[in-house]
Design a binder for this molecule. Structure first.
Ligand code: F3S
Length: 708
């Protein structure tokens, strides 16, 4: 529709596909008219405020005997009469007053507002706190606030108003029915970025969206737009602001506001109207434009007669040239394919077959800040959405919007089929991870792993698979879970594990956890318990003496309890029992090297080889009196020992240190002292059962308690 400035065609007038009164306004007007018409008894009909945001409608209502009483103190309302609630609704207070005054109530609240309030109230009952995105002075928002009380907060400039506020986790957000959709989405994204996962109510009225889309589409194609509506109407002001992005726009209330000079030189003009604008006003404006168009045509004919043929040739040639170039016409919202022709730090130029290359500003490339060069390169064929044509005639494009459509469709399909999706972790926020899944996604902390994760930062920049838990196209929200996927995998592994595990098997495992009584070993589907008593043939003081976390070990399956899903493991079953060979390898009277393992009040335990220990009674440690083992020996010391006795039945070896060491000659006093010292007990007597037990009591008691 836009023409070259040299074109001499008459001005064309276009009316947007959707323009003027919406269902809610029309209904309110009808109800008010009926209320006024029904009065013949001297009573009066009054609207409690402005029925709709349009002065001409107010004037017409007055002519029908329906008075608007904006700002009147409700307490001072006259008794009786008919009271009309405007289309934007009111709080509960006014309903009570009218009832108390015996008035007849005509509720013209738009059903969409009623519906939004109903949803909000039911969420309040469920314990949600509601953020209402909208104009705090607007009647609709004031009404919500009055109904919801302390369970809500109205938000307009969210970045400033909510910056330092900690919001409840059970959070829901809704918008004024006439709110700006893009801004509301930005608000929801802002909450997501801060780790909140609000429930998003779809309360923006489709009538508003339809009028906006139709207006934008038209505005992108004409030389100027006229928006008709009340200057106090949020809906109309928003509409004018949207159009202004595409083309010069004039906001008028009636045809009287039109200044003909605006139209000078225009080749096309578009007309739209806010949702409160009655049809008769739109008709008047269109008719006036048509009249002007005719005048333009007359002028054009006169001018055309004076123009030489050359102009016509130029025009014809230009049209031919455009046709040859294959120039196309685009509309905002169209998704087209193009080839990247230039990438700079601020923008990307794309050939979409238009007169000039389309521009993708850097911020329209992805939903996070990206370096254009890391995302696209010259020659790439990409999909882009047409945003608008700016005043210089450049087509502004968005890659992220085109991707969003592609991606959300793919995500919806994955959700339906229960398939996993791949995403990269882009940030760690309060309560979870933000991920790039072609759009911004959120993974709650409790859904990152099967167990608790202390530090989420280790996941940053990792690319992982997730399952979709929740997807909301309207709120541009996707919640993902890695845990759900891991759980599924774990269940499969577990099933196969329990169908194959048998007692007597040898399995590879990884030590996952250590306790006082043993170690838990993951043997591929289940953690089995390796009790400390099964860690070796000799005495094991503590599990960490034998294994460490993440050690990969082989274990023997001792016991399988399928019902309780418990497995008992053993290490010592896989090791030869050193006692079986002890009598062949060691002789009584022989001297061997041993390692001091630990001391007790009655002597020292000395290892001859792994899992084979003997006891050197305290009297056998030196040729002089020893009060405490640590006075002469330290743990880990390697020393010569002499075997005094081997008792295979009781699995005991008696050792002597003093007889294995060639000690210096004793002094006279030391000889006396040695004589006074108790004699070395025989192997089978020393140490006593009681003494041995004393050392082991504590550990065994713990082990037994655990086993029970
Ligand atoms: Fe109702 Fe939507 Fe109109 S909320 S008043 S139908 S703009």
């Amino acid at each position: 529709m836009r023409e070259d400035s040299n074109s001499k065609k008459a001005m064309e007038v276009f009316l947007a596909d959707k323009a003027g009164m919406c269902f809610g306004v029309r209904r309110a007007l009808d109800l008010a008219r009926q209320a006024g018409a029904g009065l013949g008894d001297g009573s009066e009909a009054r609207v409690l405020g402005q029925l709709v945001h349009n002065r001409q409608v107010s004037e017409w209502l007055a002519s029908q005997g329906v008075e608007e009483i904006s700002g009147a103190d409700p307490e001072n309302l006259k008794a009786g009469g008919v009271y009309i609630i405007p289309s934007h609704g009111k709080g509960p207070f006014i309903y009570d007053i009218i009832e108390s005054k015996g008035g007849t109530l005509v509720d013209a609240t738009c059903p969409f507002v009623v519906q939004a309030l109903k949803k909000a109230k039911s969420l309040r009952e469920e314990g949600y706190f509601l953020l209402i995105y909208g104009d705090p002075g607007h009647e609709e928002v004031l009404g919500y606030q009055e109904w919801l009380g302390e369970s809500c907060q109205v938000v307009k400039d969210f970045e400033a108003e909510l910056k330092n506020l900690a919001l409840p986790a059970k959070l829901a957000v809704m918008a004024q029915t006439t709110a700006n959709q893009a801004e509301f989405v930005r608000f929801v994204d802002w909450l997501h970025d801060r780790g909140y996962q609000p429930l998003v109510l779809d309360t923006i009225c489709s009538a508003t969206k339809e009028r906006r889309e139709a207006a934008e589409k038209l505005a992108a194609q004409v030389d100027a737009m006229v928006v008709i509506g009340g200057k106090n109407s949020a809906n109309t002001k928003n509409l004018a602001a949207y159009c202004q992005k595409f083309t010069p726009t004039f906001l008028i209330e009636t045809k009287k506001d039109i200044d003909p000079s605006w139209l000078a030189g225009l080749k096309s003009i578009g007309i739209t109207a806010g949702a409160s604008t009655p049809e008769w006003i739109i008709k008047e404006v269109v008719e006036m434009m048509e009249e002007f168009k005719d005048q333009e045509q007359v002028q054009e004919q006169a001018v055309a007669a004076q123009e030489n043929e050359t102009d016509h040739e130029v025009e014809a040639n230009f049209s031919d040239m455009e046709a040859e170039m294959g120039c196309l016409e685009f509309h905002p919202g169209d998704v087209v394919k193009g080839t990247v022709v230039k990438v700079s730090p601020d923008e990307v130029l794309v050939d979409i077959g238009y007169k000039s290359e389309g521009i993708i500003p850097a911020f329209e490339l992805a939903f996070t800040k990206v370096d254009p060069q890391s995302v696209v390169k010259v020659g790439d064929e990409i999909s882009v959405e047409v945003v608008k044509e700016d005043r210089e005639g450049n087509v502004i494009l968005s890659r992220k919007n085109a991707l969003f459509e592609e991606r959300i469709n793919a995500l919806e399909e994955a959700l339906e089929k229960g398939e996993p999706v791949t995403a990269t972790v882009i940030d760690v926020v309060k309560g979870g991870l933000l991920v790039d899944v072609g759009m911004r996604g959120f993974v709650p902390a409790s859904h990152v792993e099967r167990g608790f994760v202390k530090d989420l930062s280790e996941y940053l920049k990792q690319t992982l698979d997730f399952k979709i838990l929740e997807l909301n196209r309207q709120g541009r929200k996707v919640i993902l879970s890695r845990k759900a996927l891991l759980e599924e995998e774990y269940q499969k592994i577990k099933e196969s594990f329990w169908s194959t595990i048998e007692e007597g098997q040898t399995r590879k495992g990884v030590v996952k956890r250590l306790t006082d009584f043993g170690a838990f070993v993951d043997i591929g589907g289940c953690d089995g318990l390796l009790h400390v008593s099964e860690m070796g043939w000799g005495k094991v003081a503590k599990p960490s003496d034998v294994v460490a976390i993440n050690d990969e070990i082989e274990v023997y399956v001792l016991k399988v309890d399928r019902e309780k899903e418990k497995i008992s493991l053993s290490l010592k079953k896989l090791i030869a029992n050193p006692w079986d060979l002890a009598s062949e390898k060691y002789q009584v009277g022989g001297i061997y090297t041993g390692k001091v393992m630990r001391g007790a009040s009655f002597g020292a335990f000395i290892q001859l080889e792994p899992n084979l220990e003997g006891l050197a009674h305290i009297s056998q440690l030196a040729r002089f009196r020893v009060n405490k083992v640590e006075d002469v020996l330290t743990e880990g010391m390697e020393i010569p020992v002499k075997i005094l006795d081997i008792n295979l039945e009781k699995k005991r070896i008696s050792l002597s240190v003093k007889e294995a060491i060639d000690l210096p000659k004793l002094t006279k006093d030391e000889v006396q002292e040695e004589k006074a010292a108790p004699a070395a007990p025989a192997a089978e007597e020393a140490p006593s059962e009681a003494e041995m037990k004393e050392d082991e009591t504590q550990t065994d008691a713990v082990n037994e308690a655990i086993e029970e």
